[in-house]
Structures are given as C-alpha cells and as structure tokens.
Design a protein around this ligand. Structure first.
Ligand code: DNO
Length: 396
C-alpha cells in the first residue's frame, strides 16, 4: 500500500518537509487556487510538481480536479467545460500525474455540523449531528420539505436547539456546514444557499445520473488515451442532503457508475469514512466487490448513532472493521501482482484525523491536522505490516 498525504499547497501550513517526516512518500494535492472549470495549465502543474519533488516526495494523486456545478446540473452548452477538463487531464498526464479523484456531489462537498466536537481523550473531531442538521435545514434555511427527512424526535430536538441558540451558534453552524468546500470558493450564506439550491429544482436522482453519465462519456475515453485513472469519491454523508439527490452513496450506486462507462479508467476512491456513515453499507464488502476498480483509498472510521448522527472515530476504532478493510486492500494488491498489473500498489492516505496535542495551535483545514493524521497513518501502517507478516494475504 502506497502511503500518501493530502497537502493543500499554498493553503496548507503543514510543510512538505514535515510531511516527509511522517514517512508518507506520495502527495495528494490540487491546484486549489484555480477557479472551478478553468484549465490547469501545464506550467502551473509543473511548478507544483517540482516543489513537491524538491522535498523528496512525489505527486501521486490529484484531489480534486473539480467538476463544475454546471456539469452536475447539465446546464446549457457544456462543451467548453468538458474541453477544459480534458485539457487539464492532458496537462497533468504530460507532467506524469496520472490519477484523479473527483466527486459528483451537488453543491456541497462533505458536510459536518461541528468541527471541534470533544473526544473522550481530550482531543476534538468532526461530527455530523442529525439534530443540528435538521435545525439548519428546517429553521435556518426554511426548506419546507426538510421535515420529511428527519424522524419526529430529531425534529423536536431541532426546534429546541434553534429556540435556545444564539446568533453566534447559528453562524458557527452555518460555518461548519460550509467548511467542506476546499480552497476559497463558493461558500454560501443563507440567502446564497437558498438561491443556489433553486438551481437544482427539477433535478432528481435520474436527472443527476444522466448528467453524470454524460460527464463520464466525455472524459473517460480521454483518460484511457492518456493512461490515466479517474476515481470518484463517495458522497459524504452518503444520503440526500438539503433536498439534493446523492448518487455515489452505496454499492448499487457504485455498480451503476462503474458500468455506465465500463473501463478500468473509470474507478472508485474507496473512502471508508464516507461510505461507513450509512449503517446499510458494509465497507469491507464494498471494497471486495469493486476491488479491481479501486484506484485510491481514504482510510478512516466513524462511530454512528441511532438518529443518523456520526462522529469521526480513531482510525482503528469506530464501526468499520479497519483490519479487515486493510486486508481487503492487500488481497487486491496480491491479485494485481499475480495478474502482472503495473498499478498493484494502491495509493491510500490516512483520511482526516482527530485534532490532538499541538494540532489545536496550527489552524489546519478541518479534518487535516498533522498529529491526528500522523497517528492514523502510523496505526494503518502497523496493521498492514502485521497482516503481511502474519501470513501471506490470501489471494485467489
Ligand atoms: C474530505 C475529502 C473530500 C474529497 C472530495 C473529492 O475530506 O475526502 O472533500 O476531497 O470529495 O472530490
């Protein structure tokens, strides 16, 4: 398993030389400063690549080359946006960066209601609280149909939270919900969000799927020609949110995506934390079922609660059997080696981390502290090493 680390480039105050000390050798990054939909120039990619290589590391994965909202909505003439996406892909390939993670979540990327929920050991973690999300949707946003998405007791709790909340509480909640958007783009206030949501009127699951299929048809052949791999990131959380459909949430969705354009270039980011937030998703089973199309793994864990809330747990704790999941990845590597596949070494990164120790002073992007992720990486490395030494991993 190829150890990698997400680095936000100029937006990150963790330096490449610090990352080098974690033992990770691969860098996962993006040109976050380029507005969505614009071409990543070869020169800008080369500069970033050289900066990474000067630190003794290698740019192994793009996360993300964002898919423009208009493509998600199927809005108007998209030919320029598709052409730009393909041009960015070609420029990346020229610079030797051949794997791209992206998502197809409408409007928002990952969504949490609390960025600093206290953990039992004195650190903090990211939390999705069903009551607060309901308070946001029903009372702050005033989305009429939102009540249907929450059980009665969550609605009652939401009304109580809203009644008791101060302006500062509500601002903080809005801020947390908007924090999933990387870089500096497209954060909304309440009225901006209401307006952005109306652009999705009439776009349900089937429409979004049609728009996604069109995107895949436009870019997967290019990826094949360039020897690149695309890997879609699952929805986080894996359920409809703000009334917007989500179509990358479970095994059925993934099966649909991978067969919509059936090519090895059309692959999956196995994000155990995102998938693991839905109680009906068996993450190791999903990993095994789609193993040959997993081009990237995000390894982290969540602890779920009965009302739909969840918290980011320590990497080896929480609801997903992480040892079994790592075993599934190692089994796939073994199969690929047996089949002579050059891409047998699956890139993974410790996804998110709790804020521990000095993390609290560093102002890192939510979910991406140094110590918490280093802990996750070290634990995952230990699991992989132990599994490999106990017995050769079973392979067919
Ligand atoms: C969250 C990340 C996601 C991911 C995008 C990929 O921590 O895993 O924001 O980068 O969804 O496009």
């Amino acid at each position: 398993m190829k150890e990698s680390w997400r680095w936000y480039g100029p937006f990150d105050n963790i330096t490449l030389s610090e990352i080098r000390q974690t033992g990770a050798t691969g860098i996962v990054t993006a040109l976050h400063e380029v507005p969505y939909g614009e071409v990543w120039t070869r020169g800008a990619i080369a500069d970033r690549r050289r900066e990474i290589e000067r630190a003794g590391l290698k740019w192994v994965m793009v996360e993300s080359l964002p898919v423009h909202e208009r493509i998600k909505r199927g809005d108007g003439d998209l030919s320029q946006l598709f052409a730009n996406y393909r041009q960015s892909m070609a420029n990346l390939a020229e610079e030797g960066v051949t794997a791209i993670c992206y998502n197809f979540m409408p409007l928002l990327d990952w969504t949490r209601t609390d960025l600093t929920a206290p953990t039992a050991n004195g650190g903090t973690c990211l939390r999705f609280d069903a009551t607060r999300m309901a308070a946001f949707e029903i009372h702050m946003l005033g989305r009429a149909a939102a009540a249907n998405d929450y059980p009665a007791e969550v609605q009652t709790g939401a009304a109580a939270w809203f009644e008791a909340s101060s302006d500062a509480d509500r601002e903080a909640l809005l801020g947390s919900i908007m924090s999933g958007l990387p870089g500096a783009f497209d954060r909304y206030d309440i009225s901006g969000l209401r307006k952005a949501l109306t652009l999705y009127d009439g776009i349900g699951r089937e429409e979004l799927r049609a728009n996604y299929r069109r995107f895949l048809e436009e870019v997967v052949p290019t990826a094949e020609d360039l020897g690149m791999r695309l890997c879609v990131h699952p929805d986080d959380p894996p359920r409809d949110i703000l009334g917007l459909p989500r179509i990358v949430s479970n095994a059925e969705d993934i099966a649909w995506i991978l067969s919509a354009v059936d090519s090895p270039a059309n692959g999956l980011t196995l994000c155990s934390g995102s998938l693991g937030a839905n109680p009906t998703n068996d993450v190791p089973a999903i990993a095994r079922r789609f193993a040959d199309r997993v081009h990237f793994a995000h390894l982290r864990n969540v602890a779920k609660e009965s009302d739909g809330s969840f918290e980011e747990a320590e990497h080896l704790e929480g609801d997903t059997d992480m040892v079994d999941l790592v075993r599934a990845v190692l089994e796939e590597e073994q199969r690929r080696r047996g089949a002579g596949r050059a891409d047998w070494n699956i890139v993974f990164r410790p996804d998110h981390g709790q804020e521990l120790l000095s993390d609290v002073d560093r102002q890192n992007p939510p979910g991406y502290p140094l110590v918490g992720r280093l802990r996750g990486l070290a634990e995952l490395r230990g699991v992989a090493k132990a599994l490999l030494s106990i017995a050769p991993v079973a392979a067919e």
